[in-house]
Design a protein around this ligand. Structure first.
Ligand code: 13P
Ligand code: SF4
Length: 301
């Protein structure tokens, strides 16, 4: 059906394994945006979350951008409403705005440059040292970038519900049981979890570290969908998902983004067959939002 319709299926590492296995391309947020920007397909099916579909549509306004489920949102994107950010920007004249890609199109339209977790340091470093910056919405990523760049960006107080709930105690216990294991941490995790890391990186960065490392065991503190690629690419290595904290204490050995899990093979099939649900972005918003995304892509070459 993809060939008939000249469609391409892009999937994020957090989608379920079956979806990743049928996708034309699987990647982190930056790689997905880069793929969308260069595809010659007429239809893009984005298996990920809503803001990823919006990014594709903004970059390719003439193409049809489909998603599996319009309800696949993002708690991090939800933590920053455009009107609230606008008020914050107005309170801080003279500041440039750096926004994580996990934001709505309307937030991107208020932004000077977009970043993902794989290029945030590079993009922030591209500003003069004395440039005053607002960074949002992920506070943990913002704190991490402040620490590695020596900046004091003003941080929006947002976060991801998945990365915010890893259990420090649970990871320490796993580390005791597997003393040789390397700890892989996504920068959306809070600072105490980051402090345990052997490496902090985007999903693609963590996957690359696991592939290149001589270590045999890894504790993985990010959404558990990434384990699919890790176990496929490194069949002889062991990957232990970091446990989340629950109200009863340390939770099960899984950590799933409920939004990403709304992507299923059946919905992907239906989306391709029916050519819906389709992502739309207000052209006036898209006209502004494309600028900081293009700036990021330029800086990421
Ligand atoms: P990356 O794949 O860019 O690391 O992003 C993680 C994420 O939370 C996507 O929503
Ligand atoms: Fe958003 Fe967190 Fe899910 Fe990523 S894992 S899509 S940041 S809610």
């Amino acid at each position: 059906m993809c060939r008939e319709k000249n469609a391409v299926v892009l999937a994020h590492y957090y989608t379920e394994g079956a979806v990743q296995d049928v996708a034309d391309f699987v990647g982190d947020s930056l790689a997905l945006a880069q793929q969308a920007a260069k595809t010659e397909a007429d239809i893009i099916v984005m298996c990920g979350v809503h803001f990823m579909g919006e990014t594709c549509k903004i970059l390719c306004p003439e193409k049809k951008v489909l998603v599996c489920d319009l309800d696949a949102g993002c708690s991090l994107a939800d933590s920053c409403k455009a009107e609230d950010l606008k008020a914050f920007i107005d309170e801080h004249p003279g500041y440039k705005v750096v926004s994580y890609v996990n934001t709505t199109a309307a937030v991107k339209a208020l932004t000077d440059v977009v970043v993902t977790s794989s290029n945030a340091k590079k993009v922030v470093d591209s500003f003069p040292k004395d440039e005053k910056l607002i960074f949002g919405p992920d506070k943990n990523l913002g704190n991490y970038i402040n620490s590695v760049t020596g900046r004091q960006m003003l941080l929006w107080n947002g976060g991801c519900h998945v990365h915010g709930q890893f259990s420090l105690e649970g990871i320490l216990k796993l580390k005791q049981e597997h003393p040789q294991a390397k700890v892989l941490v996504h920068p959306e995790c809070p600072a105490p979890i980051q402090a345990l890391a052997d490496v902090i990186g985007s999903t693609a960065g963590l996957l690359k570290y696991a592939i290149d490392s001589d270590a045999q065991e890894f504790i993985v503190a990010t959404e558990s969908g990434i384990l699919h690629q890790m176990t496929q690419k490194c069949p002889d290595k062991t990957f232990l998902p970091a446990p989340p904290e629950t109200s009863e204490g340390i939770g099960c050995q899984c950590n799933e983004c409920s939004y990403m899990r709304l992507n299923t093979l059946q919905k992907l099939y239906n989306a391709l067959r029916d050519e819906q649900p389709e992502i739309t972005v207000d052209p006036a918003i898209a006209k502004e939002a494309v600028k900081p995304i293009q700036r990021m892509l330029e800086l990421s070459k």
